[in-house]
Design a protein around this ligand. Sequence first.
Ligand code: NDP
Length: 284
Amino acid sequence: MAKILDGKQLSLTIRGEIADAVARLVSAGGKQPCLAAVLVGENPASQVYVRNKQKACEQAGIASRLARLPADISQARLLELITKLNADPAVHGILVQLPLPDQIAADTVLRAIDPAKDVDAFHPENVGLMVQGQPRFLPCTPHGVLQMLRRNAIETAGKHAVVIGRSDIVGKPMALLLAQRGWDATVTLAHSRTPDLPAVCRSADLLIAAVGKPEMVRGDWIKPGAAVIDVGINRTDSGLVGDVDYAAAEAVAGWITPVPGGVGPMTIAMLLANTLKAAGGESP
Ligand code: NDP
């Protein structure tokens, strides 16, 4: 049976470390870190995500602000708000919760955020710095996965990592980071056009699923003893499930993340870490 990688517990440990670092920063005369979240419209999942992020900030001693905007807001008005937040010295991190309504070009909005306050690390300048191995901030979900691997002493050097999914926010940066010096994995980035995905997955020592298809990865796709990281969050009639058939995978894998309680809470912890860093603190 696989060892369960408990992201909930680990994220609490990291959030405790961040709270200590915030307290040190403030007692040394630094400013209290502050995250400004921008929520457009009434998407229920987005509301939950933003609420959880704000709660986590408050527990770590990070101030949080929320700008709620109507779903029909114009792009120009949203950009005006970003400009104000960029100029506000009390705000260290800016987070625009995705997805945005159709009348707004998400790329344009994300590029308008001051890269020094871009705690989601989606701005092209921050993506470029990461690609060159000199990150200012790391994107939260891949960073959460790396922390999980490191703190559970899961070896990546010389291993074959297969990442399924090539989105800009999860799959692509995940693959890139694992291939970088220090992590030293040999990486395959798989996607919807990859032939014989089960065979590709069976060759993975480390399998990371970031697809958004409930339980797509079957037990017989997994190499015995592999580390299986399930990034997927899928709402089904039977509740939240990941991209991996957990029950079958658990019997074969060496390590596995549950959904919920795996990568999700780690993502939030790394958002706090980036906000602390943006305010001049030392992130864990
Ligand atoms: P996207 O929809 O942006 O990307 C999905 C990727 O999966 C695409 O690259 C797509 O390939 C690939 N894909 C789709 N179907 C298949 C298939 N049958 N076989 C192989 N590859 C396939 O999703 P995200 O990266 O934004 O999110 C992925 C999942 O992770 C979602 O469930 C999301 O909710 C979750 N998530 C979880 C987070 C967390 O904190 N735990 C944070 C962010 C996301 P192609 O490019 O060819 O279309």
